[in-house]
Design a protein around this ligand. Structure first.
Ligand SMILES: O=C(CO)COP(=O)(O)O
Length: 247
């Protein structure tokens, strides 16, 4: 069975009060959603590290999983300011978002660092959420080659285990519109093939994703990774409904 996934990153958009209010609203609505309750649609959220315990508490009675937006490349030690995959798991997080375009661009995260974060997360029992995508707008075939190379680099030396690949063309992040359906279909198809050795893995699309996109993409992806367009819980529930309709 293929997975149907709706993920949300809150990035650093919300302060604590607004984040906890959003968790409460979304938790009560997903708790009443048949496709989420039955497990046919998986929902996850990556809030800021400080918001992780509040999110874990808010979603405790739901199947919604919580993840960190980043994770340390080392398991423990003298790494000031970092958060270990093991501590994330200890407080109830289940995923680690790794290599988001903003971290690669603004914090100089390299493929090598991404690979260490992936390996340590799998070792800690977290499912890596690997953010992959070409930087410049280009042919889908070229984008597919660049994205598959990035994915292979991220998985170099990683132990067994499923991953979620968030295919996010960098040029579509923060843009008014997502990448075109044909572009996503070609790149996501190549990424799925590259994941053949990791059963249970999934490819979701991110970058200006919002209501309507999953329906247009059909089976080309296993879900979507939302940013801005999930701030309104109504819009998020619309996307979850679409995921349920296509499960
Ligand atoms: O980067 C993203 C999700 O991590 C996408 O963000 P936007 O949907 O706001 O473009």
């Amino acid at each position: 069975m293929t997975r149907r996934i709706v993920g949300i990153s809150l990035k650093m958009y919300f302060g604590h009060a607004r984040a906890t209010e959003w968790f409460a609203q979304v938790a009560s609505r997903v708790a009443a959603h048949d496709a989420v309750a039955s497990g046919s649609v998986e929902v996850f959220v990556t809030p800021t590290f400080l918001q992780v315990p509040a999110a874990v508490a808010a979603f405790r009675d739901t199947p919604v999983r919580v993840g960190g937006q980043d994770v340390a490349a080392e398991a423990e030690g003298a790494f000031t300011g970092e958060v270990s995959a093991y501590e994330l798991a200890e407080v109830g997080a289940r995923l680690a978002e790794i290599g988001h375009a903003e971290r690669r661009r603004l914090f100089a995260e390299t493929d090598e660092v991404v690979a260490r974060k992936t390996a340590v997360s799998l070792g800690a029992g977290l499912e890596p959420l690997l953010c992959i995508g070409e930087t410049e707008r280009q042919d889908p075939e070229d984008a597919a080659r660049a994205s598959v190379a990035q994915l292979r680099a991220a998985l170099a030396g990683a132990p067994e285990g499923s991953v979620i690949v968030a295919y996010e063309p960098v040029w579509a992040i923060g843009a008014p519109e997502p990448a075109g359906e044909e572009h996503v279909r070609i790149v996501a198809g190549a990424l799925r093939e590259a994941l053949a050795g990791r059963p249970g893995s999934a490819v979701i699309y991110g970058g200006a994703a919002g209501p309507g996109l999953l329906t247009r993409l059909g089976g080309a992806v296993d879900g979507v990774f939302l940013g801005r367009f999930a701030h309104d819980p109504d819009a998020l529930m619309t996307v979850i409904d679409e995921a349920g309709a296509s499960a």
